[in-house]
Design a protein around this ligand. Structure first.
Ligand SMILES: NC(=O)c1ccc[n+]([C@@H]2O[C@H](COP(=O)([O-])OP(=O)(O)OC[C@H]3O[C@@H](n4cnc5c(N)ncnc54)[C@H](O)[C@@H]3O)[C@@H](O)[C@H]2O)c1
Length: 372
């Protein structure tokens, strides 16, 4: 039996390389899945496509992604293009009978996210979104701590996601500043904290959002200026049912913050704190400690936090961002095999999109919006 799976990759930028590394590494790290065969790669420029195919180890390349999704040797398609292309590409790949691994955010409009979910349902194929942060062994450990009741009953969750790639007012306009990419900080960013909420607690039942645009225009390539179309900063109140209140703050203009996803969870018997900028550790405070010795303790990732052990046998040697993508790729392959998998598929991803658009509606109407 041919124990391999044919891979197609659309887009070879930041995330394209990340997917290529994941497809390359997953067999060596986990061992138990079909060997990915890097078959076909698509880019907008023929020279770039050929160069990336050579660098990433793909057999052939094209400038026409439709040729890739109908290639009979391709069984699963990685979609790593800008947000506006996700729906069209994912639906075409599913209709061609391929499994899909699509980067977040799922789509720009709710109608497109619904169309993608319907296509996944109709195809019977596996369709998974690129929510890599849920794969961190430390996030899994936070889930285990919550399930064991170590910090008691949770009453408040606070999330911040900050980066500074748009912090310079003179940073050039690019596709993420267009309305075609979505609301800005919420879909570019907020979907990641939402994915953490989804796996740890479930999604908010209602939201109140305020979006802001610190810099109304930016220099464009032609030497002029172009209006920024979406919102770089968002402040959101939310509720996880009647018992747990929450606060989420998002900014792409936060100087000094490079990849912060700060999560604080407060319970009746303790607290948990985590920051993606220190993704190999979490902080735990428990009231059961001797009063004179109470304080946050740091728990460092190691082989006791699976699947860390698949990468390195020694504790404290740390995993990185690309390793989370290898874990995600492994979970995708488990889902394709029909096994239980820790993934955000299109059905769950649609719920995240519903929360995103509820936030957009809340900002427009300046009121709480309930989420079904
Ligand atoms: N999961 C994460 O942590 C994470 C991080 C960054 C970006 N993303 C997501 O990944 C996606 C891509 O972002 P990026 O930062 O990699 O962007 P990027 O600009 O670095 O790369 C996008 C690539 O897609 C190519 N492309 C565009 N249109 C194409 C087409 N029609 N056919 C083939 N190739 C095409 C571009 O030429 C470019 O090389 C976005 O949806 C973004 O939200 C996810």
């Amino acid at each position: 039996m041919d124990n391999s799976i044919g891979v197609g990759l659309i887009g070879t930028g930041y995330m394209g390389k990340c997917h290529a590394l994941a497809w390359t590494g997953v067999k060596a790290v986990f061992g138990d899945r079909p060997r990915p065969r890097l078959v076909h790669l698509a880019e907008v420029d023929a020279g770039l496509a050929a160069r990336r195919a050579e660098e990433f180890g793909f057999e052939r390349s094209t400038v026409d992604w439709r040729v890739l999704v109908t290639d009979p040797d391709v069984e699963v398609v990685s979609i790593t293009t800008p947000n506006a292309f996700h729906a069209e590409m994912a639906v075409a790949a599913l209709e061609a009978g391929k499994h899909v691994w699509c980067e977040k955010p799922m789509a720009v409009t709710l109608a497109d996210a619904e169309r993608m979910t319907a296509a996944a349902r109709a195809s019977g194929k596996t369709a998974v979104l690129g929510y890599n942060y849920i794969q961190n062994p430390m996030i899994r450990q936070i889930g285990a701590i919550l399930a064991e009741g170590t910090i008691g009953t949770v009453n408040h969750v606070r999330l911040e996601m900050d980066e500074d790639f748009m912090a310079d007012p003179e940073a050039p306009f690019f596709w993420k500043n267009e309305l075609a990419a979505g609301y800005g900080a919420i879909d570019d960013f907020g979907v990641h904290p939402l994915s953490l909420l989804q796996v740890l607690f479930g999604l908010p039942s209602r939201v109140f959002a305020n979006l802001s645009k610190p810099y109304p225009d930016r220099p464009n390539r032609e030497g002029g200026r172009r209006s920024v179309e979406n919102w770089d900063v968002s402040s959101i109140l939310f509720e996880l049912g009647p018992e747990i209140s929450g606060l989420m703050a998002l900014s792409r203009t936060a100087w000094g913050r490079k990849g912060r996803i700060a999560l604080q969870i407060f319970g009746s018997k303790g607290s948990i704190a985590y920051d993606q900028e220190r993704l190999n550790e979490l902080q735990l405070y428990v009231t059961s400690d001797k009063p004179s010795e109470q304080g946050f303790r740091t728990i460092l990732s190691g082989p006791r936090h699976p699947p860390y052990d698949r990468f390195v046998p020694a504790a404290g040697h740390t995993l990185g961002f690309n390793d989370l993508k290898i874990i995600e790729c492994h979970e995708l392959l488990r889902a394709i095999a029909g096994e239980p998998a820790r993934v955000i598929d299109f059905e769950s991803g649609l719920q995240i999109e519903q929360a995103v658009h509820a936030m957009g509606q809340s900002h427009r109407e300046q009121r709480w919006v309930e989420i079904d």
